[in-house]
Design a binder for this molecule. Structure first.
Ligand SMILES: Nc1ncnc2c1ncn2[C@@H]1O[C@H](COP(=O)(O)OP(=O)(O)OP(=O)(O)O)[C@@H](O)[C@H]1O
Length: 778
């Protein structure tokens, strides 16, 4: 008998192993023994009859409350269902217990051919990180749930729960992300008279004063009165323009009003597309709530990581709930009474709404919205859900609402009509959300462009095989602009070191580029959604640390689009799009990680010559906003960043060595992950794993990907000695100066040397003319 695993498609290599095994057995005239038979013989479990078991009644979860004719459910623990592999009959077996606790099935017993995390992303250069990977319902690595900017004053849900071990630790780490302005300020704060026309409470004003926000931003000025007056609202404003406080301040005002009432439900439910953004929202709202208020709100952050049961407990006392849709829906749907509580919230906030509501991305958002809108049994049965008055206000924010921005940026596909204008965006959202008023307020403070005003943009044209070389040149060019070169008084807060965010389209590319840059002595860190949650937090924390002016800390973050939306990291001055963003909205949001809060920054799009025309066309449309049917689109011309090709060419030897070393490490890691996988698969099948035989088989294959495989094989075969020799050679090259030609200046490897080299330089003297991007101003 074998446990029921259903049919799965075997990976080709495993299928080949299986076929070889069958062939050998047929040749020997023996019959294969089902692979799980041995395990069953060894198993101490006992076959039992169903009706002899101690069934326990199950309390029905909220999501079942609409199921008519469903009377109840009972459950039983510690029983495995097994199916006879030959005749398909089913029986039940008790699981052996250790210390009175049932021994769970090993993970791989349930999913024999599931690939491990590393295998998934190492194995495939085309592996693309899409938004389904950002929703974290299925991620179970260590995580966080609530953050505190001020642990002594802020009540957070996590404090109600004990014994949270490492999760608590990572939560505290996350809290230290320096959202600079929002750190608790101990001095007297700033004058807030510019806020007075918004009629906010003294406590909110005091908090704003301490946070040193002397005046509201335009989106805050426009939205806060409408929200406080009870309207639903759709708010559009460029990246980094303060949308978080535009909805957080009214929520805090309502929190103050409701303090005396016996409120049974959270005030607000805030949805965000990524874990990082959910935690950042928590951090911003916590900082607001813990600076000027006599009682702080209880904030629960619900993202993947902690057990669902723990998060359900945390939610019981929450005033404000912030979460990613996957985990939030899991927690809501498996709980008792939580959905009913959430139906009473005063605010539903959908941050980055265009992404959260876009087709096919977050099905859990729809589940949550449907659950919130579901009719109560005692509501008039003939009232359709759409027309019922919702007790809550719905607030929707993003920098981009145009559906057209989600079209591909490659220029290969024809733009599908005009970008949506404000009216159409509103209609789209009206279809998706159950607003309580027929016409929510639509506030668009940047109708023409969604790009921040302090952003400078440029194209860097280079062929695909030279991308790494040009990337290195660009990073060297950017490195020297250290803030310590600027006058800085000791009474001012420490300025952030310059940071660069490098975006790539696939996890595999992030994995390759990070060691490549590190080999070139550039301080690079990785961030993608297949990293364990702790490593994700560590990368962000190191990248964001306020005083990382030494070369050992990261000032370059190599990331997938998991970092594209909403992240507010001080000091990000340069965005590099190593790959073309797939969609125009991704371009807007990636570029929006710099030039925030009226600061300046630059964005460089690396682009192959054949892609340039298409990209220019579409970016012109992005800049034209689309509200005029694209008539202004021709006006915007993105500048080109010219690097002196002769000088760039001199960097080739270093780049070549750094690449070979990075490829070798990646290929070896991939190999060991593959070996592990195939060994497990072979064990499962009861066959012998012969790595040499598999290697031979791989060599014989021709066709798509065989060139890459050859390179991988070569990289894998690099010996330790060869790697050491290459490292030594690279070290030597990095220590040498590179003649940069006409300027008679010399370029060396590390940041310090480059700093010295470039002191007093003028634009255009280093690596060719770069007039226009104004790197000096950064
Ligand atoms: N009134 C204000 N005065 C000065 N700074 C502010 C003010 N309001 C917010 N900020 C700061 O501006 C920065 C950007 O704010 P926020 O993250 O809310 O931008 P956003 O509009 O949500 O951006 P994105 O579209 O990228 O999500 C934050 O560092 C925040 O602390």
């Amino acid at each position: 008998m074998a446990p029921d695993r259903g049919k799965r498609k075997l990976p080709p290599k495993v299928a080949a192993m299986k076929a070889r095994k069958r062939q050998r057995l047929e040749e020997n005239g023996s019959t294969p023994r089902p692979p799980t038979q041995k395990r069953q013989e060894d198993d101490a479990g006992r076959t039992v009859k169903l009706d002899t078991l101690q069934w326990k009644p199950v309390q029905m979860p909220d999501r079942m409350d609409d199921y008519e004719g469903f009377f109840g459910l009972e459950e039983i623990d510690d029983v495995e269902i097994v199916r006879d592999a030959n005749d398909g009959t089913t029986s039940y077996r008790t699981l052996p217990r250790e210390d009175g606790v049932a021994k769970p099935l090993k993970e791989d017993e349930n999913v024999p051919f599931r690939r491990t995390e590393d295998q998934t992303s190492n194995g495939d250069d085309d592996h693309v990180e899409d938004w389904s990977g950002f929703s974290d319902g299925d991620e179970t690595t260590a995580s966080t749930q609530t953050t505190e900017a001020n642990p002594t004053r802020t009540r957070t849900s996590s404090q109600t729960s004990s014994n949270e071990g490492s999760s608590r630790q990572s939560q505290q780490k996350l809290t230290s992300l320096p959202f600079q302005n929002l750190e608790k300020v101990k001095d007297d704060g700033v004058n807030t008279s510019a806020w007075h026309h918004l009629h906010l409470s003294a406590e909110t004003l005091s908090s704003l004063s301490q946070l040193k926000f002397s005046k509201p931003t335009p989106i805050q000025s426009a939205s806060i009165p409408e929200i406080c007056a009870g309207h639903d609202l759709i708010g559009k404003a460029s990246t980094g323009s303060g949308k978080t406080l535009a909805f957080a301040i009214p929520i805090m005002e309502r929190f103050l009003d409701s303090r005396e009432t016996n409120r049974q439900a959270p005030i607000a439910l805030i949805l965000a597309p990524t874990r990082e953004l959910a935690h950042q929202l928590t951090s911003h709202i916590t900082a607001l709530g813990s600076n000027g208020y006599s009682v702080d709100p209880n904030i629960a952050t619900v993202t993947g990581g902690l057990s669902v049961q723990k998060q359900q407990r945390l939610l019981e006392k929450a005033d404000i709930v912030i979460g990613t849709p996957g985990r939030l829906w899991e927690v809501m749907s498996d709980s008792h009474g939580l959905i009913d509580k959430f139906k009473k919230i005063a605010f539903l906030v959908v941050d980055e709404a265009d992404r959260l509501l876009s087709q096919g991305h977050f099905k859990e958002v729809e589940e949550i919205l449907n659950a919130l809108d579901r009719k109560d049994d005692n509501s008039p049965s003939n009232t359709p859900a759409k027309t019922q008055l919702q007790p809550r206000q719905t607030l929707v924010f993003s920098a981009t609402f145009q559906k057209g921005l989600q079209q591909k940026l490659t220029g290969k596909s024809k733009p599908s009509g005009d970008l949506m204008n404000g009216k159409e965006s509103m209609e789209y959202l009206l279809q998706k959300l159950n607003f309580r008023s027929a016409k929510p307020k639509f506030i668009d403070v940047n109708p023409i462009s969604q790009m921040a005003s302090g952003l400078r943009e440029a194209l860097l044209e280079c062929a695909g095989q030279e991308k790494d070389l040009y990337l290195y040149a660009l990073l060297l060019l950017h490195q020297p602009h250290q803030p310590h070169q600027r006058a800085h008084s000791p009474s001012q807060p420490t300025p952030s070191p310059p940071r660069t965010l490098l975006f790539a389209n696939s996890i595999a590319a992030v994995r390759r580029l990070t060691p490549f840059l590190q080999n070139l002595q550039l301080p690079a860190l990785a961030l993608h959604s297949h990293m364990p949650q702790k490593a994700r937090l560590r990368s962000l924390e190191r990248f964001s640390a306020t005083t990382n002016t030494t070369s050992s800390s990261g000032t370059i973050l190599v990331a997938t689009d998991v970092a594209a939306r909403g992240l507010d990291i001080p000091g990000v001055q340069l965005i590099i799009h190593y790959h073309l963003p797939r969609t125009a909205d991704a371009y807007v949001h990636r570029s929006g990680r710099t030039a925030r809060a009226e600061r300046e920054g630059a964005s460089v799009l690396m682009c192959a010559p054949e892609e340039v025309a298409g990209v220019r066309r579409l970016l012109a449309r992005v800049h034209a906003g689309g509200g005029d049917g694209g008539k202004r689109a021709g006006k915007y011309q993105m500048r080109t960043l010219d690097l002196d090709r002769r000088v760039v060419a001199r960097l080739k030897p270093r780049v070549g060595l750094a690449k070979r070393l990075a490829d070798a490490v990646i290929a070896k890691e991939k190999r060991s992950a593959e070996e592990e996988f195939f060994k497990e698969a072979a064990e499962e099948l009861g066959v012998e794993y012969d790595s040499e035989e598999m290697e031979k088989e791989g060599k014989g294959k021709r066709g798509r990907g065989s060139g890459r495989k050859k390179v991988e094989r070569e990289a894998r075969s690099m010996t330790k000695g060869e790697a050491q020799a290459l490292r030594a050679e690279l070290k030597g090259l990095l220590a040498q100066r590179v003649n940069v030609g006409i300027s008679e200046r010399y370029l060396t490897s590390g940041r310090l040397d480059v700093d010295q080299l470039l002191q007093g330089r003028k634009n255009g003297e280093f690596l060719g003319p770069v007039e226009g991007l104004g790197f000096d101003g950064m």
